[in-house]
Design a protein around this ligand. Structure first.
Ligand SMILES: Nc1ncnc2c1ncn2[C@@H]1O[C@H](COP(=O)(O)OP(=O)(O)O)[C@@H](O)[C@H]1O
Ligand SMILES: [Mg+2]
Length: 257
């Protein structure tokens, strides 16, 4: 079943066109890797999918219905860093994902509901390999552990769509490999559709079932904001294309403006 359909989407800020003519149809449980030059609108695209930003033109549907504007409804997001609350310990951070979902105004649950949320949070901490760190604060955790925490916080809401914005970009290569295994396992165990922005083409190929390249087709040197980026390559990734990684690594993803 098609999870997300994007139809002729445009996004403009004042006189700057960021995205133009974006069309996309994504099946449930796809893992879409997104690459493109810095500043070409990848985060903006994720924020539109999250419901945090409204497109200027075009439509986005989730399971056939217009995208709900409540970001916490069915979508979760993990940023490159700093998406956890520094004043909450690990288990409280993960429980906050649930509290914001179930009590959006207060961001708090009480009594039995809170205890149940904390129990559930411990289970999600265990799923990302952080059960030993339940009482630790983010500052006491390594970058990789903080990202595991952010992933648990997003997953506890059981999102249908998980948006990852360069989630592993700040991590050391060895840790990144562990995180790849983690995210593939969590994705495999769920029905989530994942969109992951990455600067690392190899990572995009390794994890994705599909690779979307955002780029500007038209560029006016005298008016840098006149045109936006669109999807210029949309590659289905299977074992064969993954094997041709080296050829595809030569794709020109350099910034044109
Ligand atoms: N809230 C905003 N107001 C105005 N301009 C914005 C806003 N958010 C993003 N932009 C601009 O949109 C362009 C795309 O930004 P972004 O989506 O963050 O790119 P990417 O994630 O691909 O690096 C940039 O030129 C950025 O300055
Ligand atoms: Mg970005």
């Amino acid at each position: 079943m098609t999870a997300i359909t994007v139809n002729n989407l445009w996004k403009e800020y004042a006189d700057q066109v960021v995205l133009e003519r974006v069309n996309l149809s994504v099946h449930n449980k796809s893992f879409c890797s997104i690459v493109g030059a810095s500043g070409c609108g990848k985060t903006t695209f994720l924020r539109i999918l999250l419901g945090q930003e409204i497109q200027s033109r075009g439509t986005v549907t989730l399971n056939g219905a217009p995208l709900p504007m409540d970001p916490s409804a069915e979508r979760g997001i993990v940023f490159q860093r700093y998406s956890v609350f520094p004043h909450l310990n690990a288990v409280q951070n993960v429980a906050m994902g649930l509290e914001l979902k179930r009590s959006p105004m207060l961001g708090r649950l009480f009594g039995g509901a809170r205890n149940a949320a904390l129990d559930e949070a411990r289970a999600y901490l265990a799923a990302v390999g952080l059960d030993f760190a339940a009482d630790k604060y983010p500052a006491e955790l390594s970058g990789g552990m903080q990202q595991r925490l952010a992933i648990a916080q997003a997953l506890i809401k059981k999102p249908k769509v998980l948006l990852l914005d360069e989630p592993f970009g700040a991590l050391d290569p060895g840790i990144r490999t562990d995180m790849h295994e983690l995210i593939l396992r969590l994705w495999d165990e769920s029905d989530m559709t994942i969109f992951m922005v990455t600067h690392d083409l190899e990572e995009g190929f390794k994890l994705g079932t599909r690779m979307l390249v955002f780029d500007k087709v038209r560029v006016d040197p005298d008016a840098p904001g006149a045109f936006g980026a669109t999807i210029t390559y949309d590659l289905a990734l299977n074992k064969k294309t993954k094997g041709e990684l080296k050829d595809i690594q030569n794709l020109d993803l350099k910034k044109k403006d």
